[in-house]
Each structure stands twice: as structure tokens, then as C-alpha cells.
Design a protein around this ligand. Structure first.
Ligand code: SF4
Length: 232
């Protein structure tokens, strides 16, 4: 089976609550979500030139990971229907070798057959700055089916983004039947931008004023290597 792969690399990173966790990233090539503030637009094209055999992908993961039996599947959009069969095959193969597997999901789809196999799902809540919207029913479904195995992550650029995310949080948790789960706010740090200190401080302050329903966690690799550096 052929998979469209942008890159495979080992890094000490991780989204949201996985910050600082060394793992191998398998970045799929191809995304049709179209976030306005996407920092990986090079992953959008479903270019067949980046096709790799699934066996070669697994071999590369095993080679890079050594004793670190953790993998994050990311993109692009690894949950696009064009990637679905390939991601399933990859996950099954890596699980049979004892890997802990996380997926970075765009929040546009819940794919039960795949999510049932995974150890963790980082599920995006898309804010106004992204130009994309997330259906709250999907987060509700995640909370009911994958309790303890997922986080919601929202990228915050403006006060409007924060208020929108707070409203989503309040609307969902007003329903008493949902178990608690982590919501992570990631202040945006855009390509070609100096470290946005004021934005970080603002998001921290807004969260405190709201009673701290969220964890505020940045993208550590951008502080260390700069916002434009890939595969770190
Ligand atoms: S889902 Fe991810 S890769 Fe796709 S446009 Fe949005 S941020 Fe970029």
C-alpha cells in the first residue's frame, strides 16, 4: 500500500499536553481543510510524488525511534478520506510492534474504526482566525466515546478567538453528562513573526479572568528553533 508522506522525523515536541515528549512524527502529505493561519501549507497538495510504501514507512519509524516507542501521526490532514486506509494500515502495523500512537486531528471528522485503535487523539477546535469551523457535536461525541484519551486544542490569535472558545467550552460543559477533559489553548506563533510575547501574556490573562478553564501551552519547538524551522 502507498502512503503520501511529507516527512518522518524524531523530535522532542508534541502538541498540547504532550509538549516535551520525544517521539517520531509521521507527517502525511495532503490536506483540504484550508486553515488561513496554517503553518504547514507545504503539506496541502496530494502530490503522488511523495508516495511511499507502507513497509518503508514502518521501517523508517523503527530506525528513527530506537527505544522511544512513541509515534505521532500528523499532516497535512491524516484523516482526509484519501489517507484513511493508509493510516489504518500504518497504525495496525505499529501497534503490533508495541508503539504508543497519537494522532493530530483537524477536528473535521471522527473516524471510529481508526480512533478505536489509537492511544490518544489531539482534536482541534478551529477558531475564527483559521476561517474553518468545528461542529461541537463532534467534540461531544469525542467526550462520550474517547474519555481520557483525547484533548481539544484551539489556536488563539485574538480576543475573538478566545471568547469563541470559551463559549464553546461553556456550551458543552453546561451538559452535565460529559466527563471532564483537557482543553488546551495554543497562542498562535505565525511564520516570519517575532515571538508574540504580548499574545501569550494576553491569553494567560484572559484564561485567568475566566476562572482558568483551559491550559495555555505554546509550541516549544518554535521558541527554540524559530517559527519557520521544519522537522524539529
Ligand atoms: S488542518 Fe492542519 S495542515 Fe490542514 S490547513 Fe489546517 S493547520 Fe494546515
Amino acid at each position: 500500500m502507498k502512503l503520501l508522506i511529507n516527512s518522518i522525523y524524531l523530535a522532542t515536541e508534541g502538541e498540547g499536553i504532550h509538549i516535551g515528549t520525544p517521539q517520531v512524527f509521521v507527517r502525511f502529505q495532503g490536506c483540504a481543510v484550508g486553515c488561513l493561519n496554517c503553518d504547514s501549507k507545504d503539506t496541502w497538495d496530494f502530490t503522488q510524488e511523495m508516495a511511499m510504501n507502507s513497509e518503508s514507512v514502518v521501517e523508517r519509524v523503527v530506525e528513527l525511534s530506537g527505544k522511544i516507542k512513541r509515534v505521532s501521526i500528523t499532516g497535512g490532514d491524516p484523516l482526509h478520506p484519501k489517507h484513511e486506509a493508509g493510516v489504518q494500515a500504518l497504525v495496525k502495523s505499529l501497534k503490533s510492534r508495541g508503539y504508543y500512537i497519537n494522532i493530530e486531528a483537524a477536528g473535521t471528522r471522527v473516524v471510529d474504526e481508526l480512533f478505536d485503535l489509537l492511544d490518544f487523539i489531539s482534536f482541534d477546535y478551529k477558531t475564527l482566525s483559521t476561517g474553518v469551523s468545528t461542529r461541537l457535536q463532534l467534540i461531544e461525541k469525542m467526550a462520550k466515546q474517547y474519555a481520557g484519551r483525547f484533548q481539544v486544542k484551539a489556536v488563539i490569535e485574538t480576543r475573538v478567538d478566545f471568547d469563541q472558545t470559551l463559549k464553546a467550552y461553556q456550551d458543552l460543559h453546561a451538559k452535565n453528562d460529559l466527563l471532564p477533559f483537557s482543553w488546551v489553548l495554543t497562542p498562535s506563533y505565525n511564520l516570519n513573526e517575532a515571538f508574540p510575547l504580548e499574545r501569550f501574556k494576553n491569553v494567560i490573562e484572559w484564561n485567568q479572568e475566566a476562572g482558568a478553564p483551559f491550559r495555555v501551552i505554546g509550541q516549544q519547538h518554535k521558541w527554540i528553533f524559530g517559527p519557520d524551522q521544519k522537522q524539529v
